[in-house]
Design a protein around this ligand. Structure first.
Ligand code: NIG
Ligand code: FE
Length: 411
């Protein structure tokens, strides 16, 4: 007989339904979630539980159950930290000024080049374990702290090992076009990235580029995307229009980007392109908060246009060291003035769409992976109301509990 686990006595169960409609939260009370072979089987009423025989029953004590959070934009494989730079910024130097002075990303590049593959693996593994404890059940990770062939490949091999050993949905992105290494101009380095792109095809699912003033241009983005498609990368994503409007968003959308990320400076023309292309807009309020920025993306105009929104941490040592998606939810509500429902849909279904994983996870729907979190209370809005607290009591990945009291802190 098929093994079915019954997660019973759920006070409030949240699913995100999305078939042929704008995604919406569906809330069921006093129910049980049936899981078989790591996937959601169905939801039944609590009063029906005793009419069945299950291989195992887990009492969730009237708590709130939500789809696991999805972090669709991270740079979580890195070595070192950039606390000195944080202090410089607070003394008045901007993120891009620090970058232009040859600091910033290049500091992390030095540290990451020096770290061994095992060291990078272990620090990234601890970070992911901690993120899971905080409620994240699916991830994306970019390379981009090597800027040479060996280190970029080393980072992606670490990503492959994490995917194999942790068995969580993990999308890997080659981001050679993150910055130019010391001694090369942007143009020289870009040609190098283009030439070697095919070598990364078996290591990553997609490509990304930092398209910004003083980094890579829209022309670079277009060339990279066209070449990446030719070489066989399925997912094109881009850091665009974050500090200034460059036109990266509408160019990326036109070329079939699966996601456009940051978007603080986009215009109605860009929003129209996102709408027409069905590209997901990935928003990272933690970065704006951490850098002390004032400008938010035009979130409400995007919502009105029916653009799918996603939320992510951007977990990286420079512009967003936090890896806590619960914090991202709280910041999204307050900085963007969106409701808990809108933020939660973006951090689950929306982020899953940015990774092309929305059929498999992000909704807690029958047939999807049983990736879910159990809160410490019976009202998911507590995540937003008592912001800054950790409300995740248990995290389940494919029906198995993956957090515990002994989880290390991953600094
Ligand atoms: O998404 N913008 C470029 N990349 C990262 C920051 C990387 C870093 O500062 O180390 C970002 O913000
Ligand atoms: Fe980023």
């Amino acid at each position: 007989m098929e093994k079915v686990i019954c997660f019973r006595n759920i006070g409030e169960l949240i699913q995100v339904q999305s078939r042929r409609q704008t995604p919406k939260l569906v809330k069921k009370t006093r129910c049980a979630l049936l899981v078989s072979q790591g996937r959601v089987n169905r939801v039944i009423r609590e009063s029906e539980v005793n009419h069945h025989d299950f291989s195992r029953e887990v009492d969730l004590k009237g708590r709130s159950v939500l789809p696991g959070l999805v972090d669709c934009h991270t740079h979580l494989i890195f070595a070192g930290d950039r606390k000195d730079e944080m202090e410089q910024r607070m003394a008045g130097t901007s993120y891009m000024e620090i970058h232009k002075n040859g600091d910033g990303i290049l500091n992390t590049v030095n540290a990451t080049r020096q770290a061994t593959e095992d060291e990078l693996y272990e620090t990234a593994r601890l970070r992911i374990r901690r993120m899971m404890t905080l409620g994240t059940t699916a991830f994306e990770i970019k390379s981009g702290y090597g800027l040479d062939l060996d280190t970029e490949k080393k980072m992606l091999r670490v990503g492959q090992r994490l995917r194999k050993n942790l068995r969580v949905p993990l999308t890997l992105t080659y981001m050679g076009a993150h910055a130019a290494p010391q001694g090369k101009t942007i143009q020289q380095y870009f040609e190098f990235v283009m030439e070697h792109l095919p070598e990364f095809r078996n290591l990553a699912d997609g490509v990304d580029i930092f398209c910004e003033r003083d980094v890579f241009t829209v022309a670079h983005l277009r060339r990279l995307f066209l070449h990446a498609k030719l070489v066989g990368f399925h997912q094109l994503r881009a850091h665009v229009d974050e500090f200034a409007h460059q036109g990266g968003c509408h160019n990326a959308a036109r070329l079939g980007a699966i996601s456009c990320d940051h978007l603080e400076h986009i215009t109605p023309h860009d929003i129209r392109a996102l709408q027409l292309s069905g590209t997901t807009a990935v928003l990272m309020p933690g970065v704006t908060f951490f850098l002390g920025g004032k400008k938010n993306p035009p979130v409400h105009a995007m919502i009105e246009a029916g653009v799918t929104l996603a939320l992510a941490t951007d977990c990286n040592p420079g512009s967003g060291p936090s890896y806590n998606m619960q914090t991202v939810l709280g910041l999204a509500q307050s900085l963007y003035r969106i409701t808990p429902d809108q933020a939660l849909i973006a951090a689950t279904h929306g982020s899953a769409r940015a990774l092309d994983g929305h059929n498999d996870y992000g909704g807690l729907l029958p047939g999807q992976r049983a990736d879910f979190i159990v809160l410490k209370t019976n009202d998911y809005r507590d995540l937003f109301y008592y912001f800054g607290e950790n409300f995740v009591d248990q995290t389940y990945s494919a029906g198995k509990k993956v957090n515990g009291e002994k989880d290390p802190v991953a600094f």
